[in-house]
Design a protein around this ligand. Structure first.
Ligand code: 58G
Length: 251
């Protein structure tokens, strides 16, 4: 997977991605990140990447030409030229989910456009971008953090990036459910003791308990996720048990 990020702050993207799981994936060439700074592509005599908005109002808008020329170079760098998409990150985009990200894994190049100021010239979105993605209904000061989130979440899905033990198969949301609770030593903290099943050594019981917790917590905290999910007979049974235990009828 080749990621190309068009950004006025290339060091921010490379620096942040160099740590931990993403850093390892890049070191081992399971993926690569190239950065392209529109500032390196300014040709006008004022050397500016931004300009005042037509119609007036506060703030500045990123100009079309430096973005377009940076994008042209990013596309040229993708030698395989298999399947490539240009994605602008903004609050106007389609909200990304684990599903959206895993579908994008079949691409060989993803070019992420990180805006700054009040945003970018609308014609760059119309003419040069294939899709517009959003993290959710809030505004951040630059698209770099959004690009880093997309890269991080996608890298976790590439086979070999996570070890077997940390496999993304076990991640929250990979099966449309929230995660089960985790505990480590000590066994008791402020009168809260680790559920006994986890110290029992019965692996089948532990798996069953964790699956039940994942279903139950999704039902408690994100019931909207269950509306779009078909539960099998065993899952219905586990969730019923959880519900009965969480709301016992007292006699
Ligand atoms: C308002 C809206 C001002 C992505 C957008 C400026 C990017 C949120 C998201 C913008 C982003 C998200 C410039 C800074 C886009 C441009 C960028 N904010 N929800 N901000 O994914």
């Amino acid at each position: 997977m080749q990621f190309d990020v068009i950004t006025l702050f290339p060091e921010m993207v490379l620096q942040a991605a160099s740590h931990g799981v993403t850093g390892k994936a890049l070191e081992t060439n399971l993926a690569s990140i190239n950065v392209w700074n529109p500032r390196d592509y300014v040709i006008d005599k004022h050397k500016t990447v931004d300009d005042r908005p037509y119609g007036g109002g506060p703030g500045m808008v990123m100009k079309y030409q430096p973005l377009h020329d940076a994008l042209t170079d990013a596309k040229k760098k993708h030698l395989a030229r298999e399947s490539s998409k240009v994605i602008y990150l903004s609050p106007q985009g389609k909200v990304i989910t684990q599903q959206v990200l895993s579908e994008a894994l079949n691409l060989s190049q993803i070019i992420l456009v990180a805006g700054r100021y009040e945003g970018i010239d609308e014609r760059f979105i119309m003419l040069d971008c294939d899709e517009e993605w959003s993290l959710g209904d809030y505004v951040i000061s630059g698209g770099e953090l959004a690009a880093l989130i997309v890269i991080d979440a996608m890298l976790r899905l590439i086979p070999g990036v996570l070890g077997d033990s940390e496999s993304a198969l076990y991640d929250s949301h990979s099966d449309g459910l929230l995660d089960y609770p985790h505990y480590t030593r000590p066994e008791t903290i402020a009168a809260l003791t680790v559920p006994t099943v986890l110290t029992s050594g019965h692996h089948a019981d532990i798996d069953r308990w964790r699956h039940k917790q994942a279903l139950g917590r999704t039902w408690q905290k994100r019931p909207d996720l269950l509306k779009n999910k078909q539960l099998n007979a065993e899952q219905k049974n586990l969730l019923n048990e959880f519900i009965l235990e969480s709301n016992p009828i007292k006699v």
